[in-house]
Write a protein that binds this ligand. Structure first.
Ligand SMILES: Cc1ncc(COP(=O)(O)O)c(C=O)c1O
Length: 449
C-alpha cells in the first residue's frame, strides 16, 4: 500500500495537460483542492489519470459514505439506465421514485404519517424545504445559524453564513433570513452546556428584538455543522430548540445533507439528541454520488403546497433513485453506523495524539466518522492558522491522501472518509497524516537562519 501511494510527484503529466485545458474553458469560480484528475475509484481509493493512487479522506465532501463503485450500486445504475433514464416524474411517473419515498418515510425518525419529495442538489432541497415551510405556516421568516452552510443558490447562499467566498458581491440577498448563534464552545470559551444555553437565550432575545416568533416559518439547522467546521450540537441543544419551536408553532427542519446516512455514527445525526424534526433534508451519501436530494417530513405539512408548486425537470431522476435504493439496501444489510464509529474513533485518537504534540492544534472535535481539528497560531489567542492548514493539506496530498479543509476561517482539517476503508488503508492514512502534520511543524531552514 505505502509503496503504491507514498510521496507522489503531483500533478503528473496527464493532469498537467488537463489542467491547462481546464484553464482555457472552465470558469474560475469553481475551485479545486487538488490539481489532479480522477481516472477511476474503488472503495476508499481514487486513482488519477497518471496512475497515482490516493486514499479518499474527503469522500467527495461526504457523498461517498458507502464507498466508490460498490458493485451493487453501479449495477443498479446500469440496469435502470438501460430501461430508461428520464421521463420527468411530473409527466410520467415511475416506480423507483415511489419506492425510495416509501423507504425514506420509514427510515427517518418519527412514527407519524410522512411524505417525501426529491430534487437534485442539496441546495435545491433546502430551497424547497423553505418553500414548503412558508406555504404550510403562512409565515415569511426563517432562522438559520452562525457558521451555517446550506448551499450556493440565492436563498441558500443567504442562509449560508460565511461571506467570502460564498456571498461577497452576490447580493442583494433574499429577505427574511435571521441568524442565531450556534454553540461553538471552543471559540465561545464556554462549556458545551453553557454555550448551548447562551444560544437558546439569544434566540429568545431575537424573538423580542429582531423577529416576532409568529412570523417565523422554520428554524433550519445542521445538527453537526459541516462546512462551518464540524461543530457538534451539544447534548440537549436540539431538544431545547425543538421545544422553542413547538412553543411558537415554528417548524423544526434538520439539514442532514452532510450528517445523514451514518456519517455521525447513527443513521441521522438528530438521533443523538432523540429529536424528531418536522422536516428533514437529505442528499449527498443517499445517492453515492448520483445527484439526488430530498425533503421528508410530516405529511400534514408536506401536503399543503398544491400540485404544480414543487418539482423540476430532473427532480428524482430514475437512475439516481435506483442508485439510492441500492445504497439503502446496503445500509440494511451492513452496520454502516458501527463502521462510522470505528473509523471516527481511530481518526479522533490520532488527532488527539497530534494535539498533545503540537500546540498549533487548538481543538479536536466531531462525532462518529465526522472528525476535525482546528489550527491556530497561538493556543492562547486562538488566532486561526489557515496557512498551516494549506501546508498540511499539500503535504498530505503528496503522501497520497485526499484531504480537505473547512471552517469559517479556513483553518479546520476535516475527515469524511468512505466508511468501507480497510484497516490497512486506514493505518496508512493515519501514519501519512501524522507525517504531514509533523512535516510542517519542523522549523524551516529560513526560520533557523
Ligand atoms: C449541510 C449542507 N447543506 C447544504 C449543502 C448544499 O448541497 P449541494 O452542494 O448539493 O447543493 C451542503 C453541501 O456541502 C451541506 O453540507
Amino acid at each position: 500500500m505505502s509503496e503504491q501511494i507514498a510521496h507522489l510527484s503531483i500533478p503528473g503529466e496527464k493532469s498537467r495537460d488537463l489542467l491547462a485545458r481546464r484553464q482555457q474553458v472552465v470558469a474560475r469560480g469553481l475551485s479545486a483542492t487538488m490539481n489532479v484528475f480522477a481516472a477511476k475509484a474503488d472503495g476508499a481509493v481514487i486513482e488519477d489519470v497518471d496512475g497515482n493512487r490516493f486514499i479518499d479522506l474527503a469522500g467527495g465532501i461526504g457523498a461517498m459514505n458507502i464507498g466508490h463503485t460498490r458493485p451493487e450500486v453501479t449495477q443498479a445504475i446500469a440496469e435502470q439506465a438501460a430501461k430508461f433514464t428520464h421521463t420527468c416524474f411530473t409527466v410520467m411517473m415511475y416506480e423507483p421514485y415511489i419506492e425510495l419515498a416509501e423507504r425514506l418515510v420509514k427510515l427517518t425518525p418519527g412514527d407519524f404519517p410522512k411524505k417525501a419529495i426529491f430534487f437534485n442538489s442539496g441546495a435545491e432541497a433546502v430551497e424547497n424545504a423553505v418553500k414548503i415551510a412558508r406555504y404550510a405556516t403562512g409565515r415569511p421568516a426563517v432562522i438559520v445559524f452562525d457558521n451555517a452552510y446550506h448551499g450556493r443558490t440565492l436563498m441558500t447562499m443567504t442562509m449560508t453564513a460565511k461571506v467570502k467566498p460564498y456571498k461577497h458581491r452576490f447580493g442583494p440577498y433574499a429577505p427574511e433570513v435571521y441568524r442565531a448563534p450556534f454553540p461553538y464552545p471552543y471559540r465561545m470559551n464556554m462549556t458545551p452546556e453553557q454555550a448551548s444555553q447562551a444560544c437558546i437565550q439569544e434566540i429568545e432575545r431575537m424573538f423580542v428584538g429582531e423577529v416576532a416568533p409568529d412570523q417565523v416559518a422554520a428554524i433550519i439547522i445542521e445538527p453537526v455543522q459541516g462546512e462551518g467546521g464540524f461543530m457538534v450540537s451539544p447534548p440537549g441543544f436540539l431538544r431545547d430548540l425543538q421545544a422553542l419551536c413547538a412553543k411558537h408553532g415554528i417548524l423544526f427542519i434538520a439539514d442532514e445533507i452532510q450528517t445523514g446516512f451514518c456519517r455521525t455514527g447513527k443513521m441521522f445525526a438528530v438521533e443523538h439528541d432523540g429529536v424528531v424534526p418536522d422536516l428533514m433534508i437529505v442528499a449527498k451519501s443517499m445517492g453515492a454520488g448520483m445527484p439526488i436530494s430530498g425533503v421528508i417530513g410530516r405529511a400534514d405539512i408536506m401536503d399543503v403546497p398544491p400540485p404544480g408548486t414543487l418539482g423540476g425537470t430532473y427532480s428524482g431522476n430514475p437512475v439516481a433513485c435506483a442508485a439510492a435504493l441500492a445504497v439503502l439496501d446496503l445500509y440494511e444489510k451492513e452496520d454502516q453506523a458501527a463502521l462510522s464509529r470505528r473509523v471516527g474513533q481511530a481518526v479522533l485518537d490520532k488527532f488527539t495524539q497530534l494535539q498533545q504534540r503540537f500546540s498549533f492544534i487548538g481543538d479536536v472535535r466531531g462525532i462518529g466518522g465526522m472528525i476535525a481539528m482546528e489550527l491556530v497560531k497561538d493556543p492562547a489567542t486562538k488566532e486561526p492558522d489557515a496557512q498551516k492548514v494549506g501546508e498540511i493539506l499539500a503535504a498530505a496530498h503528496k503522501r497520497g491522501l485526499i484531504l480537505i479543509r473547512a471552517g469559517m476561517f479556513d483553518n479546520v482539517i476535516r475527515v469524511l472518509v468512505p466508511l468501507c476503508i480497510t484497516d490497512e488503508q486506514l493505518q496508512y492514512a493515519l501514519n501519512a497524516l501524522d507525517e504531514a502534520v509533523s512535516s510542517v511543524a519542523q522549523p524551516t531552514p529560513t526560520a533557523i537562519a
